[in-house]
Design a binder for this molecule. Structure first.
Ligand SMILES: [Zn+2]
Length: 482
């Protein structure tokens, strides 16, 4: 190329720049439009793609829990593909929902129609993501590690994702009605072990793989937070309000079950240890669930408390496990039990509720207080009295007969019953549910807005209450062996 031709090209290029390059990139977007404003989705769910063009910033919102847009907002002067995930329709009715796209000056509704299917809701398997918030004190953890004595089988290690994965797998077997046989986890098989049936609740728990912003968690299912003190009073975590440290750590309750793990500041009195505490869920005005409070709203976090389960980290310490009824099985049974509370189940034994909504087993009655008549009640006082007499001589001296006695409950119907229910504790196989418990859990999954998963009803605008939710707390304390 000659110098003259090069100069000419540069001149031409400059002219083009002068004409087109001075203003913002060319755009022919005017106002707000969507590629289609009505869709029909399959009963089994769908993923819809909508192109949004707008000359202003926009927001996507919906009041329907079965519609999940993949983004909440977009910026001006662009065409963006919005994906709307439509969840399966488990109800027996056709339904219609909208996703609204709004800018400062206009709005467009995208209507989605979905027919009802022949999906059997009872057989639908829920998959509930669980996030473990592990609050640890470095010094305390280092002391536990330093005190390990592998030769004596004392091997503490900080709770991690792979250990939690194993625990969740065992819990899933329990909820699936196929628990690990007692001999496999090193316990004897009582002659009556197989008498009560096992039930599949069609609920699976999984370690959360993403945080609320959609970022992949690595490792999955666990977030560790260093704390200053060696122990925490569990009520500080559970009653923490909006803006508080623990409340801020929690993930949205509509999408995750939050489990906080930390050493509890001592509770429950001498000779007892509280291994877990959990909040119970809510029913709704339209779909009430016996014994549960009512909440008609679907909100990600309750401002007035921190809806969660808390697990005493001491249940993972080998030296403490030696003082617990089922030793190293204790973490599995404790977490499976607390998840039962999260899904709306009460203890099988007789309890009473105090004015604050907290449950206490300090009752000498024989009432059926778990709203499931097929889980025989028993008097907790009498059980604990028997327990203390038997273990008076220490755990090492326990005979097989004594262990059988500890596993038995003397029911309010004056019968001996081998304890196998998840919602019992102390000496129990704790590996199955009764039919009415299953039904109760399903009702909670279908209708409770503070439990993740598909719902069979939407929050009703007319019954929406403005009052703060009132949580019910179930605390689970066990007798320690000497
Ligand atoms: Zn409990």
């Amino acid at each position: 190329m000659t110098l003259r031709r090069l100069s000419f090209s540069l001149l031409l290029f400059s002219l083009i720049l002068l004409v087109f390059g001075r203003c913002t990139p060319p755009t022919n977007i005017e106002g707000l439009t969507v590629s289609a404003s009505e869709y029909t989705s399959s009963q089994n769910g769908d993923t819809l793609k909508v192109i949004i063009s707008s000359n202003e910033d926009w927001k996507a919102t919906t009041n329907f829990s079965w519609l999940r847009p993949n983004m909440e907002q977009g910026i001006a002067n662009g065409r963006v593909k919005l994906t709307i995930k439509v969840l399966p329709n488990l109800t027996d009715k056709d339904r219609e929902g909208t996703v609204d796209i709004t800018t400062e000056s206009s709005s467009v509704s995208i209507k989605i129609l979905q027919q009802h299917g022949d999906v059997d809701a009872a057989k639908y398997q829920y998959n509930i993501p669980v996030i473990f918030h592990v609050l640890y004190n470095k010094e305390y953890e280092d002391e536990l590690i330093a005190a390990n004595k592998p030769a004596e089988g004392i091997e503490y290690f900080p709770l991690n994702s792979s250990a939690l994965q194993e625990i969740i797998e065992e819990i899933n077997k329990i909820y699936e009605g196929m628990p690990m046989e007692p001999q496999e986890w090193g316990f004897f098989r009582h002659p009556a072990y197989g008498q009560r049936p096992f039930r599949n609740l069609n609920v699976k728990f999984s370690l959360a793989t993403k945080d609320p912003s959609g970022k992949t968690l690595n490792p999955i299912g666990i977030v560790r937070h260093e704390i200053e003190g060696r122990e925490i009073d569990p009520t500080l975590v559970m009653q923490d309000k909006k803006g508080g440290t623990y409340h801020e750590m929690a993930y949205p309750v509509t999408e995750y079950v939050n489990v906080f793990v930390f050493p509890f500041a001592s509770q429950g009195g001498d000779g007892y240890i509280t291994l877990g505490i959990a909040h119970l869920p809510y029913g709704t005005t339209e779909n009430p669930i016996q014994g549960l409070n009512t909440l008609d709203k679907r909100i990600d976090k309750f401002d007035n408390y921190n809806h969660c389960a808390v697990i005493n980290a001491k249940v993972f310490e080998p030296r403490m496990q030696r003082r617990l009824p089922l030793q190293d099985r204790a973490p599995i049974n404790t977490i499976a039990h607390e998840l039962g509370h999260i899904l709306g189940l009460y203890h099988v034994f007789s309890e009473k509720r105090d004015d604050s909504g907290a449950l206490t087993n300090e009752t000498d009655t024989c009432e059926d207080t778990d709203y499931c008549s097929d889980t025989p009640s028993y008097n907790r006082y009498r059980y604990e009295d028997n327990y203390k007499i038997i273990i008076g001589s220490g755990r090492d001296a326990l005979t097989r007969e004594q262990m059988i006695s500890l596993l038995n409950r003397f029911t309010c119907a004056q019968q001996n019953l081998l304890s196998t229910n998840v919602m019992d504790y102390d000496w129990t196989y704790g590996d199955r549910f009764e039919a009415q418990q299953k039904e109760r859990v399903r009702q909670v999954l279908y209708y409770s807005f503070c439990v993740p998963g598909l719902k069979l009803a939407e929050p009703s605008a007319t019954t929406r209450s403005t009052q703060d939710p009132v949580p019910i707390v179930s605390s689970c304390s066990t007798v320690l062996l000497k």
